[in-house]
Design a protein around this ligand. Structure first.
Ligand SMILES: [Mg+2]
Length: 133
């Protein structure tokens, strides 16, 4: 994909997606709202940002443990085999969404800006990388 065609790609992706699938895709902005409502209803209040930063490290560590042991060279303990990678990734996302909410970050806008920038920056970069060939 050439730089500048990201919007076209997104449009094609949407048109190739069944309408029922589109309804099930939740934009990042809605996830931020869902987390905010959950925090207010269940979590009482947000942890302080630095606490959440530590929580993010903890959750990333849980993902790393699964990756190293299930997909990497470390052996996986029997007690870890029921751990769900998707759920641990969701834990990471939850804390990221908390940090975005409590710092007034529009993650949807940031995501869209970064994808445009990454597409422009990496238009040839990965194609020209012989390690990926
Ligand atoms: Mg976790």
């Amino acid at each position: 994909m050439k730089a500048g065609t990201w919007g076209t790609f997104k449009q094609q992706r949407m048109s190739n997606t069944k309408q029922s699938e589109v309804r099930n895709q939740v934009p990042v902005a809605e996830l931020q709202t869902e987390v905010d409502q959950w925090i207010n209803a269940v979590g009482v209040r947000y942890f302080e940002p630095l606490t959440n930063m530590a929580m993010l490290s903890e959750e990333v560590g849980e993902v790393a443990r699964i990756m190293a042991r299930r997909y990497g060279e470390q052996s996986e303990k029997e007690s870890d085999k029921a751990k769900d990678l998707g759920e641990e990734l969701a834990d990471v996302l939850f804390v990221v969404l908390c940090l975005a909410n409590q710092t007034g970050t529009d993650l949807q806008g940031a995501w869209e800006r970064r994808m445009v920038a990454k597409t422009a920056r990496d238009a040839q970069r990965h194609k020209d990388n012989p390690k990926l060939g």
